[in-house]
Structures are given as C-alpha cells and as structure tokens.
Write a protein that binds this ligand. Structure first.
Ligand SMILES: [Zn+2]
Length: 281
C-alpha cells in the first residue's frame, strides 16, 4: 500500500510507494514500479560542528584507511581499478572524499581534486595523506568550469536526497567520454538477503536510498550516461573473528556471493558519450 511521505521516484517519477520492510526503528518503501527503495523516515544530514578535526576521529579513521586489507580501502581500489580501464589517467574529482580514495588515485597518477562536507574526513586527508581537499557540499562554485576525466562517488549516492541534482551537476564537469564511477552498498546482495533488516549496509540513520547495481545504472542512464561496466564485490565483513560457525558461515556466503554477482557492494562505471546531447542544466 502506498505510504504518505510525498516523494517522487528519482528514476520513473512516480509518487506511489509500497512498504517492503518495517522494523520498530525504520521502514523501507519501494517505488510502485520497483525502480528503487528508500528509507523511512528520511535520514537528515547533520553537518559536523567540530572544525578542528579532533585527534580521536583521525585516529579511528587512520586505522580504517591505512590497512590495505580493510574493506573501505579495498573498495576504493576496486573502484579505481575498474574505472581505470576506461580512463587510466587525467584529472580526477572525488565527490565525498572521505575514504582515502584520493591518495590511491594520486599514487596511480591521476591529477586529483576532492570535496567533502565532513571536517573530520578532510582533516584526515590533510593530516595523514598531506592532501588538500575542498570542504563543502557538491556542487561548489570553487570547482569553476574545470572539467574532469573521472569523477568518483564512493559510498555517496545513497546519502543524497536529490541524486539527480548531484549527478547532473557532476556530468556537467565531465569531459566528453569522461567516466563517472559509483560505489554503494547493494541491497540486492546475498548478505542483505540473509540478514534482512539487520544487514549492516542499510544504515537507516544515514542512507536515504537502498541502492542496487540496477538502480544505480538506471539513475545514470536517466541522466544521459552510458553504462560501461558493473561489478559486485563483498568487502565489509571480517571473516577472521567470531565463533567458528560465524567464520565458516561468512566465508561460505562470501564465496557463493562472488560468482552469483551478489556481493554486498555494487560498482557501476558510466561514460559520457561525446555523440549525445548533454542533459539539461
Ligand atoms: Zn520508480
């Protein structure tokens, strides 16, 4: 039955939704045409008020992003690896650069620019990696009329109340044949199917959308891009801790998820065609 939250589907424009899951804390509602799932109530972004990038936050993030075996680090590497097949060099913009991706991109040889509204993320990039990303929301006039060969959004799209607005702005900063590379938790993955509403990727306090590789691809197609590659990968689970049963169950699930393309993260690479008219501003 349709809910009453009055929001249109960013893919098909329908304003009819039906509840597909409900817990005591949150609900999930799907477009009546099954395009996309959103979180109820819609999470509200609360910018950090700490401008100092306190050391405790930096230490926590250092543990995450300095470990090559960590899931976030590996996802950033996989995203760049797949995008690099289409654009192996040039100017790269990372929107929401909180995950160490900029440093990896710099090591690969890209000319990097990053922007993130979170002070602790940008302070981390400055203090640990010696980078200097912009602090703020995208789009940002400081980026001017610069054009980029690659724009990356790693675990960003699912946070945006108006994904079409941001995608459209990003596409206008892409050069012809430029690449937009997106990574997001995948609601269609095996872990979500097994753990249902307990799946860690839902994050109902943060994620406006519960995306899949198909819904990401359809958002990109709607904004005039061509899909160049799609990949699913399972990265978020530590299989070396917990009971023997847990470790075996996780290793088995991850082993099965890979070949079935049911990993818990989706990577979608899209390309701006130089032969097509650009989307309207
Ligand atoms: Zn729809």
């Amino acid at each position: 039955m349709p809910d009453d939250f009055g929001m249109t589907c960013p893919i098909c424009g329908s304003d009819s939704w039906s509840i597909v899951a409900q817990t005591s804390d949150f609900g999930l509602s799907q477009c009546i045409n099954k395009c996309i799932i959103r979180t109820l109530p819609m999470p509200l972004y609360e910018p950090e008020t700490d401008n100092t990038g306190n050391s405790e936050t930096v230490t926590v993030m250092e543990n995450v992003y300095s470990d090559p075996a960590d899931g976030h680090f590996r996802l950033a590497r996989e995203l760049l690896c797949l995008a690099g097949r289409f654009k192996p060099g040039g100017r790269l913009l990372d929107i929401g650069c909180g995950m160490g991706l900029l440093k990896l991109a710099q090591e690969i040889g890209y000319d990097i620019t990053g922007i993130d509204p979170t002070n602790s993320s940008t302070k981390y990039a400055q203090q640990i990696f010696g980078l200097n990303p912009l602090i703020g929301f995208f789009p940002d006039e400081r980026l001017g009329l610069e054009t980029f060969d690659i724009i990356t959004m790693n675990h960003v799209l699912e946070h945006l109340p108006d994904p079409n607005f941001v995608l459209n702005a990003a596409i206008h900063l892409l050069k012809d044949s430029g690449v937009l590379a997106i990574a997001s938790p995948d609601y269609n993955g095996l872990m979500r199917r097994l753990r249902r509403t307990k799946w860690e990727g839902i994050r109902p306090c943060e994620h406006v959308w519960q995306l899949t590789s198909n819904s990401i691809a359809n958002l990109l197609l709607k904004n005039g891009l061509e899909i160049a590659a799609k990949k699913n990968t399972t990265l978020q689970y530590n299989t070396s801790v917990g009971s023997l049963f847990r470790r075996l169950a996780l290793k088995t699930a991850i082993g099965v998820a890979g070949p079935l393309n049911l990993g818990d993260n989706a990577i979608v690479i899209a390309q701006k065609s130089s032969s097509k008219r650009r989307p309207a501003a």
